[in-house]
Each structure stands twice: as C-alpha cells, then as structure tokens.
Design a protein around this ligand. Structure first.
Ligand code: SF4
Length: 323
C-alpha cells in the first residue's frame, strides 16, 4: 500500500499529477522493480503481443502534425498512395497472420474519413476479421456514427493518439485541438470499440509534459486497452527534424510509468524501435512493455525486420502472445 492507502497495482483512474511526478522521480532500480511487480501480477512477463501495421492510404494528409512525413505541408519525398482495395489489404493481412501476427492494424492518413471511404475500410475490417485476426484501424477523427459503423463491421480496436501533454500539444499540431482528440476517443469508447491511445516522446517536450501526458491517459476511465509509446523518428523535411534526442533511460522510465499507472493495458513499443538497441528493448520489456509492431514497414518509417525480432525474442525467451 502507498501512503494514500492504495494497493500498488490497483487499477484506478484517480491518479493525481503529484503521484505521477513522484513515480517519475523514483530511483531507476526502484521504479523498475515496481513496474516489474505490477507487470507480473497482470501479465505473463515472457509474452509479448505482436501486431502488424499496414498503411492503407499514404500521404497527402491535410493535418500539420510536426513529426509526420505524411502531412501534405512538409516536403519529405514520401510517395503518396491512394486508398487500397479491400482484397489487397486482406491479402497482406493473411501474410501477416502467417508470419505470427495476431492483430492487424490499418492506418490511413486522413483528417477524418469520408463516408464513402469508410465503407471501403469497413469491408477491409470484415475481411481481416474473417481471417481470425484482431482488427485495428487509425483513420483520424471519427463521429459517433462512424465509430458505430466500424464497430458493426467487426472492428476490435481504434487507434487515436493524444501524442503529448495538453500544454505542449499546440507546439506540435495546430489543425485540431486536444479536445477534438478526446471527443474521438469518447466516440470510440461509446461505440464499444477498444481504445488504443498513446503518444510520442522526444518531440522537445519537457519532463513535466511527459508526466502530464501519462496522467491524462491514466485518468481516462477506463484506461485505453492499448498504449503505444513511440520514440520520435526524425524525418528530414518535417519541423521536428533536428530535435535533441531523448535520453534512452528516460524513455524506459516512461514505459515503466505507463505500466504502473495502467496495470492491465498492453504497453506497446512502436515507432522508433528500429533505432533502439536490443539491450534497450530488453529494458523496455522489463519495464512492462508487452506489445510490439513487427513485420511491415511502420506506416512510412522503418521497423526491425521479422528475422531480427525473432532472434531477440529467442534471446530473451519471449513468446508471442496468442490471440
Ligand atoms: S499524424 Fe496522422 S493526422 Fe497527423 S499529419 Fe500524419 S497522417 Fe495526418
């Protein structure tokens, strides 16, 4: 129990900012021990959930997210690709399943989907679900009616990231507000779809922003089922290229914090993993990360290839989590 009478691994949304700050200040060994203790109470520590991500519509996005090579505002040399046909997506999903993925995520670079496009995505979701894979989509902002349509098609998860703290958000994105993001998350939740929501570290935010960002996630009720934590991949041509890199140990700390604050959520190592050493990934798993993307290119930036992931799992005695 802590001083407030809370069991350490109680699942709750009542975290205070001060509690999150206090965790963040813990000595590294204490923080890791606490994260690992919570992790073991809720998960098999030797299992990691494996997702594959496919970009089903690439580039030409009207939004101005300062980290993103898909924004139409930044010249990054990215090839644009129109919305894929559902049959082609299902083909790729089958290959991902055969390579060991249990969840297939479909990403489209939109501000929000048009209803015509949403019907195509619904067909993709139906096709991918029929392969026995869990389905996830990330399509930008959704109305409650659009969320319901996706739920009816069989969508299991919707990804929509808060990205960072509310205070720092305006430095990264100006074309929609933090509240817009929270509204989409609420629509997804109300439709009965699981929520995948996290953010990006290393965008030039202060430690207090990372604390506030995690506090916002951990006070959502219920917590997001899936919490992707990305390390900024700096893409030449985007405004965030040249940002000072984050201390890798601070990244591990944030993973540990996410684990402690949201004990039952899958904490996912996402973008930026290809720049991490095997040792750093091992520390992240120890801190409670238990989900990765593998296989396909991670939307438009590189991802370690499946072979090196298999080798790392082998060296660490990690098994992919069954569906
Ligand atoms: S992160 Fe998403 S919404 Fe933002 S510019 Fe990239 S594709 Fe568009």
């Amino acid at each position: 129990m802590d001083g407030n009478g809370h069991a350490h691994d109680e699942v709750r949304s009542s975290w205070t900012l001060e509690e999150v700050r206090a965790l963040h200040r813990l000595p590294f060994a204490d923080l890791m021990h606490r994260a690992q203790t919570v992790h073991r109470r809720h998960f098999d520590p030797n299992e990691v959930q494996v997702s594959t991500l496919l970009s089903v519509k690439t580039g030409a996005c009207p939004e101005d997210c300062a980290y993103c090579p898909q924004s139409i505002r930044y010249d990054t040399g990215l090839e644009r690709e129109a919305l894929m046909e559902p049959e082609a997506v299902v083909e790729r999903a089958r290959a991902a399943r055969d390579a060991g993925a249990t969840r297939f995520c479909m990403g489209a670079a939109w501000r929000s989907p048009k209803d015509r496009d949403l019907e195509k995505v619904a067909a993709m979701v139906e096709g991918v679900a029929s392969l026995g894979l869990e389905t996830c989509a990330t399509l930008g902002m959704l109305t409650p009616a659009q969320a319901k349509r996706l739920k009816d098609a069989g969508l299991d998860y919707y990804n929509h990231n808060l990205d960072t703290s509310e205070a720092f958000y305006g430095e990264v994105i100006t074309t929609r507000t933090y509240q817009d993001r929270l509204d989409t998350l609420a629509a997804v939740r109300a439709a009965g779809i699981n929520v995948c929501c996290g953010g990006i570290l290393g965008m030039g935010e202060q430690p207090e922003d990372r604390v506030a960002f995690l506090h916002t996630l951990a006070t959502l009720e219920p917590h997001p089922e899936s919490v992707p934590i990305n390390n900024l991949v700096q893409v030449e041509g985007t405004p965030l290229a040249g940002t000072a890199a984050l201390d890798p140990l601070e990244f591990v700390r944030i993973i540990a914090l996410a684990r402690i604050l949201m004990p039952r959520s899958h904490v996912r190592l996402s973008a930026g993993r290809s720049a991490m050493s095997d040792e750093m990934q091992a520390l992240c798993f120890l801190a409670g990360a238990n989900s990765i993307f593998y296989g396909e290119k991670l939307l438009t930036t590189g991802n370690p290839d499946t072979a090196s992931d298999h080798a790392l799992f082998e060296r660490l005695g990690i098994r992919p989590e069954a569906h």
